[in-house]
Design a binder for this molecule. Structure first.
Ligand code: SAH
Length: 229
């Protein structure tokens, strides 16, 4: 898979993409992530990418031309499955959406800043808008990093144990059961007996019942959907 990220702050991705699972997936060649500095696509001599909004006191808005130049350049090189804009009013990022995006070959992610981007970019160049939650961030970069991480870990080969993405929360409409490691007893805080039984069938039943109970308590809306199935 190839992910092209358009941003005015490429350095913000240092860290999220240079550690852990995303780094490993890049090194293994499972995913190629390209950061494009939007200023490189500005024809302005000061490399401007923003301008005043057409309404007094409304703040700065990202201009169409640099964004169009960058997206057009990328599109001339290959076909894209989606051109995504990170936006607080976009479709909320959920596990099913991450699953769907992880099947794609090429995607572009545009990070906004200031008051946002000129609406005509959204109308003519963007095919999908994604929000990471109902709150406002200063820019799209953190959202793009979250989105990329949620996608990359689903690509086969990214996780060392391929089945483990499938047993994560939300994959089957359930949150995860609790997990434990050694020691069995820490200051009298003990691991549930059933996990030490060595009986896989009983352990799996316990995990399912814990997952169901947690879903009912913590995500009642998800539990209602499960009940209907
Ligand atoms: N004025 C806009 C907010 C702009 S915030 C509004 O009220 O809707 C600046 C940029 O941060 C946006 O262009 C977007 O790319 C990004 N951003 C902010 N909150 C986000 C969220 N919850 N999810 C994804 N991107 C977000």
């Amino acid at each position: 898979m190839r992910i092209d990220i358009i941003t005015i702050f490429p350095e913000m991705f240092q860290g999220p993409f240079t550690e852990s699972i995303v780094k490993r997936a890049v090194n293994k060649g499972i995913v190629e992530i390209n950061l494009h500095s939007l200023r490189d696509y500005s024809t302005d001599k000061h490399k401007r990418v923003d301008d005043y909004a057409f309404s007094a006191g409304a703040g700065m808005v990202m201009m169409i031309e640099p964004v169009d130049n960058c997206i057009s350049q990328l599109k001339s090189e290959r076909e894209y499955d989606e051109v995504i804009y990170m936006s607080p009013d976009g479709e909320l990022l959920t596990q099913p959406l991450a699953n769907q995006l992880s099947l794609y070959k090429n995607i572009i992610i545009l990070c906004g800043h200031y008051k946002g981007i000129d609406e005509r970019i959204r109308e003519h160049l963007i095919t999908k808008e994604i929000s990471i939650g109902n709150y406002v961030l200063s820019g799209g970069e953190l959202g793009a990093a979250v989105l990329t991480d949620s996608i990359v870990r689903l690509i086969p080969g990214a996780l060392s144990d391929e089945t483990s993405a499938l047993s994560d929360s939300f994959q089957d409409g359930l949150v995860s059961p609790p997990v434990y490691t050694r020691p069995r007893d820490y200051k009298g805080w003990t691991v549930p007996e059933v996990l030490l039984s060595g009986n896989d069938m009983i352990i799996n039943e316990w995990k399912l019942s814990q997952a169901l109970q947690r879903t009912k308590e913590r995500r009642p809306e998800m539990y209602e959907i499960l009940k209907k199935k």
